[in-house]
Design a protein around this ligand. Structure first.
Ligand SMILES: [Zn+2]
Ligand SMILES: [Zn+2]
Length: 398
């Protein structure tokens, strides 16, 4: 389907959402559940939720969680859910403090991502989105980086179990998608691509171009590490130079994307410089890619994003709208009623006026030979990964 007809008619799409997602709550912590709450309320106030089905998540079962995590670790998460002094398996740290009900809250998010994945795979919807998902740092035996259960891996394993032969995963969070990469590092059925701030300058410290996969899966891990301060045009130049070519060469049955928005210039935890307009353009590019390479099968997940008032609600409203095939115009005003509801909650911070930031990204095409840090990063990734995917690293058309 061409983009024009999509825009006129919308896409067949589903949002998996339930208020119980808000129980994933570390307390005083950057990963505040209000960011999800405010996203859904802003989407609702703009009419975005009128254009897609909204269904409730279902908790992941023990056997589904065991496709990803060790029995010992799941026991630890259970114990941490009732014992506030629990320490171990990455739990009880500053990043992953324990809280009452942690197991149920994390398992619900994982079940939501799995449900969204199977809705797409089974043809009940063309695209699905779970903004509570995208908890990409959780490892088989430990919590990490605010992530307790790796819902992304639960969803991808469910797709493989349901018959998908090839799954492409694109992670645009500012942090490396290390937990997902680790889960599939030697599995040739899953292509993981992560585009993130250079790990020498940011958590979790992995994700350089040389991490390309192992054994028969060599070539199915792709890492693009961007310099701090990369802005809309540079980010999109890098994305365009690597992601469409690699995903197209892989010929996936379905596209799974982690859509973390901590790439924003105001994000308190990282140092890239995208605007809401650049992030919105990234979501549109992923949407287009899903139609081009996977017959429109697209599962979009959330992820990081710690500008909880000024960035996340706007950016993920654009994400939900993009998934529905009816993008929101970035020049429209944010509804007064939404801002008023924040004031009533005691929020005094300056709130944005518009759904965008007035930028119109116009990325230049990547060409070989560029000497900037950004262009050298793009080259490092193409040089390491493209030959393994049957592509020519120096041909900008690839
Ligand atoms: Zn679509
Ligand atoms: Zn992140």
């Amino acid at each position: 389907m061409g983009s024009e007809s999509r825009r006129a008619t919308g896409c067949d799409a589903t949002l998996v959402w339930g208020p119980d997602y808000l129980h994933y709550n570390f307390g005083e912590h950057p990963m505040a559940p209000i960011r999800l709450d405010l996203t859904v309320s802003l989407s609702r106030s703009l009419g975005v939720l009128d254009h897609l089905a909204v269904i409730e998540p279902v908790t992941a079962t023990e056997s589904e969680l065991l496709t990803v995590h060790s029995p010992d670790y799941l026991d630890a998460v259970r114990r941490a859910s009732t014992d506030p002094s629990y320490l171990g398996h990455g739990l009880g740290s500053d990043d992953n403090p324990v809280f009452s009900g942690m197991f149920d809250a994390a398992a619900l998010i994982a079940g939501g991502s799995k449900l969204a994945a199977l809705q797409v795979w089974n043809g009940h919807t063309r695209h699905a989105v779970n903004i509570a998902g995208g908890l990409h740092h959780a490892m088989r035996d430990s919590a990490a980086g605010f992530c307790v259960i790796n819902d992304v891996v639960v969803a991808i394993r469910a797709l493989l179990e349901a018959g998908a032969q090839r799954v492409a995963y694109v992670d645009i969070d500012v942090h490396h998608g290390d937990g997902v990469q680790a889960a599939f590092y030697d599995d040739p059925r899953v292509l993981t691509i992560s585009i993130h701030q250079d790990p020498r300058t940011l958590y979790p410290g992995t994700g350089l171009a040389g991490e390309t996969g192992r054994g028969t899966a060599e070539g199915t891990s792709v890492n693009l590490a961007l310099p701090p301060a990369t802005s809309d045009d540079g980010w999109l130049r890098a994305f365009n130079a690597v992601v469409p070519g690699a995903v197209t060469a892989f010929k996936p049955d379905i596209l799974v994307t982690q859509c973390g928005c901590d790439t924003h210039h105001e994000d308190p935890l990282a140092d890239l410089s995208l605007t809401v307009d650049g992030q919105r353009a990234a979501y549109a590019a992923l949407h287009q890619l899903a139609h081009q390479v996977a017959d429109g099968k697209w599962l979009a997940l959330g992820g990081g994003g710690y500008g909880v008032l000024r960035c996340v609600p706007r950016t993920w409203t654009h994400l939900i709208a993009e998934v529905s095939g009816r993008p929101v115009d970035p020049s429209i005003e944010i509804p007064h009623s939404w801002k008023q509801s924040l004031r009533q909650r005691g929020v005094t911070a300056k709130l944005p006026e518009l759904m965008g930031e007035g930028r119109q990204p116009q990325p230049q095409q990547w060409l070989p030979g560029g000497e900037s840090w950004l262009d050298r990063s793009i080259w490092a990734t193409r040089d390491a990964s493209f030959p393994l995917l049957g592509l020519d690293p120096s041909d900008p058309r690839d």
